[in-house]
Design a protein around this ligand. Sequence first.
Ligand SMILES: Nc1nc2c(c(=O)[nH]1)N[C@H]1C(S)=C(S)[C@@H](COP(=O)(O)OP(=O)(O)OC[C@H]3O[C@@H](n4cnc5c(=O)[nH]c(N)nc54)[C@H](O)[C@@H]3O)O[C@H]1N2
Ligand SMILES: Nc1nc2c(c(=O)[nH]1)N[C@H]1C(S)=C(S)[C@@H](COP(=O)(O)OP(=O)(O)OC[C@H]3O[C@@H](n4cnc5c(=O)[nH]c(N)nc54)[C@H](O)[C@@H]3O)O[C@H]1N2
Ligand code: SF4
Ligand SMILES: [Mo]
Length: 885
Amino acid sequence: MANEVKTTCPYCGVGCGVIAKIEDDGAVTVKGDPDHPANLGRLCSKGSALAETIDLDGRLLYPQVSGEQVTWDSALDLVASKFSDAIAEHGADAVAFYVSGQLLTEDYYVANKLMKGFIGSANIDTNSRLCMSSSVAGHRRAFGSDTVPGLYEDIFEADLVILTGSNLAWCHPVIYQRLAAAKAERPDMRIVVIDPRRTMTCDIADMHLAIRPDGDVALFTGLLAHLANGPAIDTTYVESFTNGFDAAMQSACEYSLPEIADATGLTIAELIQFYELFERTEKSVTCYSQGVNQSASGTDKVNAIINCHLATGRIGRPGMGPFSLTGQPNAMGGREVGGLANMLAAHMDIEKADDRDRVQRFWGSPAIADKPGLKAVDLFQAVAEGRIKALWIMATNPVVSMPDASAVEAALKACPFVVVSDMYATTDTAKFAHVLLPSLGWGEKDGTVTNSERRISRQRGYLPAPGEARADWWQLAQVGQRMGFAQAFDYAGPADIFAEHARLSAFENNGSRDFDIGAYSALTRRDYDTLPPFNWPQPASGDRETTRFFADGKFYHADGKARFVSTALPQTSRINADYPLTLNTGRIRDQWHTMTRTGKSARLSSHLAEPFAELHPCDAIDLHIESADLVQIESPLGKIIVRALVTERQARGNIFVPMHWNDQFAANARVDRLVPPLTDPYSGQPASKNIAVVARPFQAKAYAFAVTQTRPQNLDCPYWALAKADGGYRLEMAFDEVAEDWIGWARAVFGIDASIEPIGYADNSAAQTRLAFFDGETLLVALYVASKPVAVARNWAISQLSARQDDVRTRFAMVAGRPGAGTPDPGATVCSCFNVGINQITAAIRDGCHSVEAIGTSLSAGTNCGSCRAEIRGIIDGCLKVAAE
Ligand SMILES: Nc1nc2c(c(=O)[nH]1)N[C@H]1C(S)=C(S)[C@@H](COP(=O)(O)OP(=O)(O)OC[C@H]3O[C@@H](n4cnc5c(=O)[nH]c(N)nc54)[C@H](O)[C@@H]3O)O[C@H]1N2
Ligand SMILES: Nc1nc2c(c(=O)[nH]1)N[C@H]1C(S)=C(S)[C@@H](COP(=O)(O)OP(=O)(O)OC[C@H]3O[C@@H](n4cnc5c(=O)[nH]c(N)nc54)[C@H](O)[C@@H]3O)O[C@H]1N2
Ligand code: SF4
Ligand SMILES: [Mo]
């Protein structure tokens, strides 16, 4: 009998419910959980592909010290003694944890308890510093607590949804799908996208404001000024429940509309249109994400947005409010346990003596951190300077994701003792570990996560632990016990930890703190196993009618009121003749961060298979770059080489490069090597979206494309990019010099036996080479080298890895690099659920399918997760436009 387990998707902060079905033969399939309130059965492309990422390829299966397998006991003893020794010799602040919004709440709780209560330092920071910390700082300034006031249903019920700095279609796809459905039902709903790029999210927008990078403070400060004395100001709310309105309004009114237009790069007409729309639409929600948070003015952006909602009293009521969309599956859980270096557990404040005392009494701990610890960028700086003697990194890959990534590498190299807990053995960060600890991953681990709307859901394990991998909470608790805190870390399992977390949230709370899940204080193991998803707060008294915050005007500053924050316009003049372009970084639809998991799925890797830079056609002309050329992008900190993608979606002067590619998948594409460690002054969050760079074409002597059954070894060329494909890998390359013997080169890189002779030809001098190696009826490797980017029908070539090669003609077609007549080439993948390529879609358009629905009926494309629907619409529009011209 197949077994079904309800769990939660481990990717984005939407927090979709997933049903994993395990067949008798062990095969796993996943589908959306129709009963989960976050997704009501929907999943996006990443969630749908979860079953393709749970194989054990590349997994770290046992603890290692200096690359050698050891027992858990000896690894844990070593970690405990190294941390204890460093503390004894240099003090508690000489050690640090760098953890992650991808830990479960239970793991996170134990990490924070160990560092802040038992080690006695606050040197625990998390990748949420790079992600949500400006929102946290903005919420705390405005509300006196880190509270997201609204619920998802507010987004779908609103009459105006503003999406600023959010590529919802790709990054919170299920909210996007639900929003698109809501708009289809209520066409009067208005959607405004504020983003320097015309992203796929603009597909459902009534208005796209292509804002100048970091123009958001100006835009929303201008909005506040526009509202002054108008009908939308809720005077009663402002007077009864807030402070600082007059000062904020006065400072907003200092800027003239032309000044705002200049700072935002928008026309006065656009500004007025947007401002009037907001003014007249009571049910307005402003959703924001990294285009807001990841900025040197990120916290002010958040407050400039919140100011407008406070001024109009549009907060905490159905269909209204500012809405910070959290990125990681447990960004919110991390904030609940106080995982940031400047927070305490259960939304208490490290700066407040009463709060410190309360947490310490609750834990019965020997110590309590009495000042904020080092924030991520400062933390790695301290590591580099030798001030941190022992560092434990858990569930994050900072060598790829931290700004000035080369400095992070150097810091790790210099650190006397680095522990890394991860699922995989060979991440870019794992390379620098003295001790590698194998962690359970999604499908294996048990615990809870909290999504963007404060909904706590269970992740449930349904797979056996691979090798000796153990849960992160267990690793931390074991080290805590071995450091002498046996009782405090004696947990039987995650249910115990969750109940303790719930008790702390209720401890001496009485409504004084927003985070209260006291209703779960006495939860048993069985309750935990069957725990349905719920929103907080859920105090033990259970007397709240709604889980929204702030409609009643009760805030968490000492005086119970909210605060307006006066936001001055940031200095944006960053003209630097040597680095004239603005680099913007972010995400693509089908990859998750540093690709350790999504990079395993051939389907997910087929959408965008190479690291790339999007640039405007006019910039491309100025720079002598054509689409599909390679481009070198340089900041004062380093260089990367990626593929050029010339597109009008990009604004002039701006380049967009995804954050995902790393040394496992590309030669030279870790974009964070270019990002300076510049941070927001309040939150410490790095500015990853506005970086001064210069770009130039990268001229290679030879270019190559290959499909291969096995992973290539020791690639040594300035550009290569590897992607998983059905039956093997696809590989793009560019060379400084032409190999003297491509056949010998291929044998070495792809590990091909000398007994296997290739078919094809190799003209080494002219860099014209086409080789295919077969083993019986299987294609091992096909390699195409040319002096220009190689024209090969790539998806067709990939499909040949899993085809039977018993026909001489198809073998020669392999050398030609394109299918023979009668075998269509699907082209680059658009729909990864049904593997539909762009050529198939354009052919269907030619045959009369002129809508996304018609394409869906004809090819199934876009009918499963829907993530590619915007792209299909773009292709239809493009084809029809060309046809009309
Ligand atoms: N597919 C996919 N989804 C993900 C993730 C993933 O790795 N892959 N990661 C998850 C995580 S952890 C996070 S934090 C979220 C992030 O989700 P998002 O924040 O939506 O994603 P980003 O691509 O980082 O950036 C969003 C947009 O901000 C725009 N932007 C840049 N500068 C500015 C500016 O100055 N002002 C404005 N208004 N906009 C600007 C960018 O052009 C970009 O389109 O995604 C989550 N979801
Ligand atoms: N330039 C630029 N840089 C950015 C961003 C950007 O937009 N631009 N975005 C920033 C943001 S918002 C974020 S959230 C970060 C994300 O950056 P990271 O957190 O560094 O990225 P991930 O790839 O998610 O890293 C998670 C790691 O944990 C491992 N892992 C997965 N599950 C588990 C588990 O259960 N236990 C353990 N111990 N390990 C596990 C994975 O294999 C992987 O190595 O990147 C930030 N960096
Ligand atoms: S939207 Fe996609 S990635 Fe995000 S939780 Fe849902 S299925 Fe997972
Ligand atoms: Mo994030």
